[in-house]
Design a binder for this molecule. Structure first.
Ligand code: PNS
Length: 170
């Protein structure tokens, strides 16, 4: 028997580093917002990493990007994703799959998360083809070396990256 839907609708958690948010991430969130009543973008707070944007800055940027989407929420989390998902009563974890190269890591994570919390499903979604080569790591590298990133990240992200690197807007 299918369990009844939660009273506030099904919540999907889209977890990640989002340092920075790319148009590939935006594409997944919008697809996800069609499938689930609520989408929670969960920004990992990882004290071991030296990010470009602090977790507070990332939350701020992502909230700004999705300000017109009432069913999209943004929060931070630390520790195990399944613990956070339990606490938020999430129905599913959503992850984007870009290419075959993503598969092995994503498969391991999905099965480990299932081992830790068997009732929590991982749902994979494919972004639009034009974003399949995008990654936050490449965006940071290209931008720091003077390459063009417009069209690959939301304008708000590009603006904040310019500010970080103290590059005047053209
Ligand atoms: O954007 P990323 O860096 O690929 O996201 C990875 C993320 C945040 C989803 C993953 O590292 C994670 O879930 N970290 C939280 C700690 C955890 O639960 N680890 C076990 C995963 S099986």
């Amino acid at each position: 028997m299918t369990p009844a839907a939660p009273p506030n609708g099904r919540l999907a958690i889209f977890p990640g580093s989002f340092d920075p948010l790319t148009n590939g991430h935006v594409d997944i969130v919008l697809r996800c917002a069609h499938l689930f009543e609520r989408v929670l973008i969960a920004v990992l707070v990882n004290p071991g990493k030296q990010p470009l944007f602090t977790s507070e800055e990332r939350v701020d940027i992502i909230r700004d990007v999705f300000r017109e989407y009432p069913n999209v929420e943004v929060d931070t989390f630390a520790g195990l994703l399944v613990d956070y998902a339990r606490q938020r009563r999430a129905t599913a974890i959503v992850r984007g799959l870009r290419a075959v190269s993503d598969f092995e890591y994503e498969f391991q994570m999905a099965l480990m998360n299932r081992h830790l919390e068997p009732t929590l499903e991982t749902v994979f979604m494919m972004p639009a083809e034009q974003y399949t080569y995008l990654s936050s790591r490449l965006i940071k590298e290209v931008f720091s070396l003077g390459g063009e990133v417009s069209g690959l990240v939301p304008p708000i992200v590009e603006e904040r990256m310019r500010k970080k690197h103290e590059i005047p807007t053209t």
